[in-house]
Write a protein that binds this ligand. Structure first.
Ligand SMILES: [Zn+2]
Length: 342
């Protein structure tokens, strides 16, 4: 199998997909504002536009948080000039530590519809989205529509489910209905088109789920171990049969300690694993340290909590996809993992 076409650096790591990494001196609000500027202009008005007149009163104002959520909402909306979609987080933004700039907060309160991922993924802004309910704004936590029995509840997580549900394409497909329901309430005259778009997107996600299973089957069972920075891949692992180890836990707020690094290093050596992986929205420091200590290859960069840069095309095995879409992101991750572990 060909490796993904994004050229790796000397460390074997793919270059940072987000321009934000080149700007370490910026504050988080400044970075978030730049992230908004980085979004393509199509149906995504920037909050930083001069004068910021915003959409007219007839336009339905939809605000979304993560790139995965934005992508799903846009697929279901289709081409609807009566709606503006503003994604708050761009590629490379870590939702666990994301803070909303004051100007975006004001914009949020003027929204008609808000979609966030939920289950405390947006750790610092979760309460803010919840507080919008009852303000004449339709607020939907996309992952919270899933039945409890399908969710993973990690030990020591105080009964809260793991929020990274998009790792399982079939589970992510189940989230489509809740988004559709909200959009039909907001755009009743577009009901038929919304239902058709949602149905098409669900079948694409179901096809993707089958494709992932077929690809993972190429990895010998003893090599099906995915070691990454944080625990973003538990649903991916459960759905596709990989053991998953994130060295710094469920949220990126926790840093990997020396004990975590030593334990992971021992495990890699003991099981003779071939590669471990860095994540696009998380500092690679701990993974790079483990790679050195265990003398193991970094198999590439995976997109965990944010999609790739919008419009960045990648070709693997003759198939070209946009890593800035959910489908392209998962294909990138699977192709990267299979190439390194098989
Ligand atoms: Zn995460």
């Amino acid at each position: 199998m060909n490796r993904p076409t994004r050229p790796p650096t000397r460390s074997g790591r793919l270059p940072p997909p987000a321009f934000l990494r080149a700007l370490p001196g910026l504050s988080i609000p400044a970075i978030a504002l730049l992230a908004l500027l980085a979004l393509p202009s199509c149906k995504r008005p920037s909050l930083a536009d001069a004068g910021d007149p915003g959409p007219d009163k007839k336009t339905l104002r939809v605000i979304t948080t993560t790139t995965m959520v934005t992508d799903m909402v846009q697929h279901i909306l289709g081409d609807d000039p009566g709606v503006s979609v503003t994604g708050l987080m761009a590629s490379g933004i870590d939702p666990h530590t994301y803070n909303l700039p004051a100007r975006a907060q004001a914009k949020l309160r003027q929204a008609d519809v808000v979609f966030y991922s939920g289950h405390h993924l947006e750790g610092r802004t979760d309460e803010l989205y919840k507080s919008l309910k009852g303000r004449d704004i339709l607020v939907t936590a996309v992952a919270e529509s899933l039945p409890r029995e399908k969710l993973l509840v990690p030990k020591g997580f105080e009964g809260n489910p793991d929020p990274h549900v998009w790792g399982d394409a079939a589970l992510w497909a189940e989230c489509v209905d809740g988004v559709l329901e909200t959009l039909v309430k907001a755009r009743p005259d577009k009901k038929d088109a919304l239902i058709a778009n949602a149905s098409k997107y669900k079948s694409q996600l179901t096809e993707l789920d089958t494709w992932v299973q077929q690809q993972i089957a190429q990895i010998p069972p003893e090599h099906r171990v995915l070691i990454t920075s944080h625990d973003a891949f538990n649903y991916f692992g459960r759905a596709y049969g990989l053991e998953v180890i994130g060295i710094q836990g469920i949220s990126t707020v926790d840093q990997a300690g020396l004990a975590d690094i030593a334990k992971t290093t021992d495990l890699i050596k003991g099981r003779n694993l071939k590669a471990i992986f860095v994540e696009s929205s998380v500092s690679p420091a701990a993974i790079e340290r483990v790679a050195r200590d265990a003398n193991v290859e970094i198999g590439g960069e995976l997109f965990s909590d944010a999609l790739g840069p919008a419009g960045e095309m990648e070709t693997v095995n003759g198939e070209t996809y946009d890593v800035g879409t959910y489908i392209g992101m998962l294909k990138h991750n699977v192709n990267t993992v299979v190439a390194a572990l098989k």
